[in-house]
Design a protein around this ligand. Structure first.
Ligand code: PMV
Length: 325
């Protein structure tokens, strides 16, 4: 009997507010982007094939045994282990991964690919883990990629819901949030790319050099995130927009913005967005701008393009599709 391939997917994400400070235990809020996704397909192979990961987007393919320290190798191995399937000898499967999510752009591409792999490999093993278990498995590949990840990316991607997140020593605090109104964002890509560990490392150096100043900045972010939660829960987008601007100012002070991010956020606000900030690690990647209606969205999208954004996505949390425009 031929066993059919098993496919699973996972979404991109945006950090609404609280990035970087979240590494130091402050709260943050993150949102899934349901229609930008990574996909993993497990295809059974003949005996002796071994377990091979195939990533056509980056023109790479490797046997697990050939790249033991690769983040995806690790996530396959921990998933097999958790499912009770021996990783040695490896199962005879091909795991093909593809993604619509730009890499190193602050949209959770690595976490989404790893989550799709966990879901597909677990399903192939006959196991259907809950979101918290998936997030914990993916965290192990995030550690390989980022060193000291807070865990917010893998958590929002695995939960596929807006979340309130606080890093804790053992298990993080995760609260799914119900938004009072859908939130519409224009997401502008600077076109620049920076691996997350670099700005995270720069913030750590700054904090080690001047702990009092950095602690005050982290506390300011925590206050903004708490106020943003209150605004989200009553659907006050004007207040939320102002808080996003406040968060951007602190991110700038932390040194993780960039001239391109400053230019796009300013352009968005000048074009009428309620607020705008970088999203994710910074030093490139994407920014988000909060809008409410079509006219505002069109103006902000045009302003982002005029300010140099090579890609602009129009996305509404929870309801409508994310479309490149
Ligand atoms: O992976 P990115 O670029 O979305 O950044 C994740 C958010 C940070 O707070 C900068 C890092 C972390 O581990 O939380």
């Amino acid at each position: 009997m031929t066993v059919p391939p098993i496919t699973a997917t996972a979404p991109a994400k945006l950090i609404l507010c609280g990035e970087h400070a979240v590494v130091y235990g402050c709260p943050a809020i993150a949102l899934p982007l349901a229609d930008l996704r990574a996909t993993a397909t497990v295809t059974p192979q003949v005996a002796g094939h071994g377990c091979r990961i195939i990533a056509p987007d980056i023109g790479a393919a490797w046997l697990l045994t050939a790249r033991p320290n690769d983040a995806l190798t690790i996530v396959v191995q921990v998933t097999l282990h958790a499912a009770g399937v021996p990783a040695s000898p490896p199962p005879d499967i091909a795991i093909t991964v593809t993604s619509e999510i730009p890499q190193a752009a602050g949209m959770g591409s690595g976490a989404a690919v790893a989550t799709a792999v966990v879901r597909a490999v677990a399903a192939w093993c006959g196991w259907h883990p809950d979101a918290a278990s998936i997030a914990a498995l993916v965290y192990q590949s995030e550690q390989q990629l980022h060193g000291t990840p807070s865990g917010i990316d893998n958590t929002v991607v695995a939960y596929e819901q807006p979340i309130w997140f606080e890093r804790r020593d053992s298990t993080p605090l995760v609260e799914p949030l119900t938004l009072a109104v859908p939130l519409r964002f224009l997401v502008g890509d600077t076109g620049g790319r920076s691996a997350t560990y670099r700005p995270v490392g720069a913030v750590r150096s700054g904090w080690q050099r001047d702990p009092a100043t950095y602690a005050a900045r982290f506390a300011a972010v925590a206050d903004i995130v708490r106020a943003a939660r209150a605004a989200l829960l009553v659907g006050d987008v004007v207040r939320l927009g102002g808080l996003l601007n406040d968060n951007q100012r602190v991110l700038h002070a932390l040194g993780v913005s960039s001239p391109e991010l400053d230019r796009l956020t300013l352009a968005a606000v000048q074009a009428g967005a309620h607020g705008a900030k970088l999203s994710g690690g910074g030093w490139g990647g994407v920014m988000l701008a909060l809008v409410s209606d079509d006219a505002q969205a069109m103006q902000v999208a045009a302003a982002l393009r005029a300010a140099g954004a090579p890609h602009v996505w129009d996305t509404t949390t929870g309801t409508a599709a994310t479309g490149a425009i």
